[in-house]
Design a protein around this ligand. Structure first.
Ligand code: NAD
Ligand code: DAU
Length: 336
């Protein structure tokens, strides 16, 4: 049986991938997750115990990582690396864990796969390319130069550079993917879409940074998982693939949809303090993934995926409610 080691598999996107694997493969999955504030055991609940194993540990723990990577001895076995500190706002408050986990952690994994000759797929972000003007006709491609803006995106860029260097210098068999903004179930309520949904479900108000002209390129997390699975199976070793679903919307448009879908006035929101260094626009050209590997997203209209996401948060109040007051207190302290 194929074995996969999935770092960060108890987080938002990593757990989506583990659930995806249960439906679309017969792989045995070991999740290595430090169980930070962003992780959730519930996101893996109910999965078959004979196929999913959770190891609570740190990707910076070289002994543990070596032990887990050494078990990946089959030809189709692989390490899929999702673990990261992932929130830009947190990286502005305290960059330290971003440097440790995203850079030193990735280095630790690379040394282990190098020793054991294991395939690695590295999960990265479109933010490594910096931002675009609103009217820029070009979108990000695999050859766009790196120009990260925040401590988070700089740490992800640093990790990407290490992965490429280990491939070139040591011949480590890697693939990389850089995806745009994900949404869907199990996303931490510190992030934009779940924050606004849960604010409204809680009787609070929507909080928009700055002017709200900033554009993000939304993709459902299920489509991210199917893209990663396609790359693992069909991708060329050494190649980077951009993942996106042509989902560009301004933050102002997204909050109008959320307010409308929850039966409220689309103009009824608060402008709050902007994020320092706030990237203006991200946009992905996923042509290589679509044409060379034949991948396409399954989610059509964003409105439909959003409606399902709102229903999910309505049905999972028990999961998010205990974190809500503390998350909002952190934002309130920053005027956000
Ligand atoms: P998340 O914050 O929801 O989950 C991250 C997971 O990593 C958590 O379970 C956490 O406990 C774990 N983790 C953190 N530090 C660790 C450590 N030192 N050792 C082991 N586990 C650790 O993040 P996410 O949104 O699911 O993002 C997952 C990956 O996808 C990240 O690499 C991120 O950069 C990338 N990405 C995210 C998006 C997005 O829109 N969320 C888009 C593109 C790429
Ligand atoms: O592009 C991929 C990236 O998308 C990932 O690499 C990151 O891990 C992920 O967090 C996400 O980064 P963003 O910074 O784009 O996502 P966030 O949800 O934090 O914010 C989305 C947009 O919404 C951004 O322009 C800031 C704005 N925003 C955010 C919050 C939390 C608001 O206007 N109000 C808010 O309350």
């Amino acid at each position: 049986m194929r074995r996969l080691l999935v770092t960060g598999g108890a987080g938002f996107i990593g757990s989506n991938f583990v659930r995806y694997l249960m439906e679309h493969s017969d792989a045995h999955v070991t999740v290595l997750d430090k169980m930070t504030y962003a992780a959730s055991r519930e996101s893996l609940a109910g999965l078959p115990a004979d196929r999913v194993e959770l190891v609570v540990g740190d990707i910076c723990d070289a002994v543990l990582v070596d032990q887990l990577v050494s078990r990946l001895s089959g030809e189709r076995d692989a390490l899929v690396h999702y673990a990261a500190e992932s929130h830009n706002d947190n990286s502005l408050h305290d960059p330290s864990p971003f440097i440790t986990t995203n850079i030193v952690g990735t280095f630790t994994l690379l040394e282990a796969v190098r020793r054991h000759g294991v395939r690695m797929h590295h999960i990265s972000t479109d933010e490594v390319y910096g931002d675009l003007e609103l009217d820029d006709p070009e979108r990000f491609t695999e050859s766009t130069p790196y120009r990260p803006s925040s401590p988070y995106s700089a740490s992800k860029a640093g990790a990407d550079h290490l992965v490429r260097a280990w491939a070139r210098s040591f011949g480590v068999p890697v693939t990389l993917s850089n995806c745009s903004n994900n949404y869907g179930p199990w996303q931490h309520i510190e992030k934009f879409i779940p924050r606004q949904i849960t604010n409204l479900l809680d009787g609070g108000r929507v909080k928009l940074y700055g002017s709200g002209r900033n554009v993000r390129d939304w993709i459902h997390a299920d489509d991210h998982s199917s893209a990663v699975w396609t790359i693992l199976n069909e991708g060329s070793i050494g190649q980077t693939y951009l993942i996106g679903a042509d989902g560009e919307l301004s933050n102002r448009q997204v909050i109008a949809l959320i307010l409308q879908q929850l039966g409220q006035d689309p103009d009824d929101f608060d402008h709050v303090t902007d994020r320092a260094g706030h990237d203006l626009r991200y946009a992905i050209d996923a042509s290589m993934l679509r044409t060379e590997l034949g991948w396409k997203p399954q989610f059509g209209a964003f409105e439909e995926g959003l409606a399902r996401t709102i229903d999910w948060y309505r049905d999972h109040r028990d999961w998010w409610a205990p974190q809500k007051a503390a998350t909002e207190a952190t934002y309130a302290a920053k005027g956000q």
